[in-house]
Design a binder for this molecule. Sequence first.
Ligand code: JB2
Length: 210
Amino acid sequence: MSLGTEKVVMIGGGGHAMSCLDAADPRRLEFVGYVSPKPDERLPLPYLGGDDVLEELQRTAATSAFVALGDNTARRSLCEVVTRMGFELATVVADTARVSPYASVAPGAAVLHGALVGPRSEIGTGAVVNTAASVDHDCVVGEYAHLAPGTHLAGGVHVGEGSFAGVGASVIPDVRIGPWAVVGAGAVVITHVPPRETVVGAPARSRRRS
Ligand code: JB2
């Protein structure tokens, strides 16, 4: 059944591409293959070449692209490149994820298996809500931010653009995490995190001060 199916080129062929392929709904997204500097035979998609083939693919084979790179800076950069080429950014939402009808998920974002996105929360362009992460009500997950598996945001948390929360991190209600900050794995964040700061531990503290 191809009615309503989006033809998509996967950008990247590593672990995150595999997770996103595994989570994507094949009735909605048809991956025509992947582009990467080098093939990885473990990804069960046709290898199409390097990024130099993208313009041709946009003309002939795919209307959308999905950038599956875990690195936030690289994902932003490639999302911008493919958007300039005229691709739409595909969005991956796993069928096992629960996204509130009162929430929004922007183009290019990934909400992977078992993730939860609560009401009035906003998931930004190219952001990743990884496996079994949860975002409670009234949160903002900024563009190109990444919540690693098992991250938990309580209500009203704002995560700035490009920020990364490591596996199992938790954030109490109404905390602001600045843009391009890093929250270490398992950290418990109870105070605001300045832009570009790295915090670790429970309670989380600046790495420079710990
Ligand atoms: O400029 C690029 C480029 N740079 C690297 N263009 C394209 N099209 N692809 C690029 N790549 C490709 O991204 C590499 O050739 C490789 O196929 C992939 C990176 O794979 P890797 O497994 O190293 O990282 P990942 O980003 O897929 O996964 C990381 O992030 C995930 C969220 C890992 O840390 C995972 O464990 C994690 N789950």
